[in-house]
Design a protein around this ligand. Sequence first.
Ligand code: AMP
Ligand code: ZN
Length: 114
Amino acid sequence: MSDCLFCKIVKGEIPSQKVYEDETVLAFKDIKPSAKEHYLFISKTHTKNVNEMSKNEPQSIVEVHNAIREFTQKEGLEETGFRVVTNVNKHSGQIVFHTHFHVLGGEQLRGFGA
Ligand code: AMP
Ligand code: ZN
């Protein structure tokens, strides 16, 4: 989508600190980190949220989570632990409507049972 912030990042029109890229997936550092390590994993194909992704682009879910697995294993995050979060619509606080999976780690995380 031409007016989508993360599509612009995919096209290189807006800079990002890339940490992972393959043919279908891109990951970059969150500009306002909520944990010591905070990355955003996205499909290069635009969908607005995970529900639209699972309906229209289900293979993207597998591709993004394969990328998360590869990255977290390589970077040692799997060993120390990490959290994957995706927001949908108003009550979640979603502000960017290009499906993204927050990967948080690098320190002890609070909430959700921690
Ligand atoms: P949300 O839509 O609430 O799940 O979160 C969107 C996330 O995108 C927030 O954590 C922002 O800090 C992050 N963000 C917004 N703009 C950029 C950008 N240009 N580069 C990296 N991260 C961004
Ligand atoms: Zn987009």
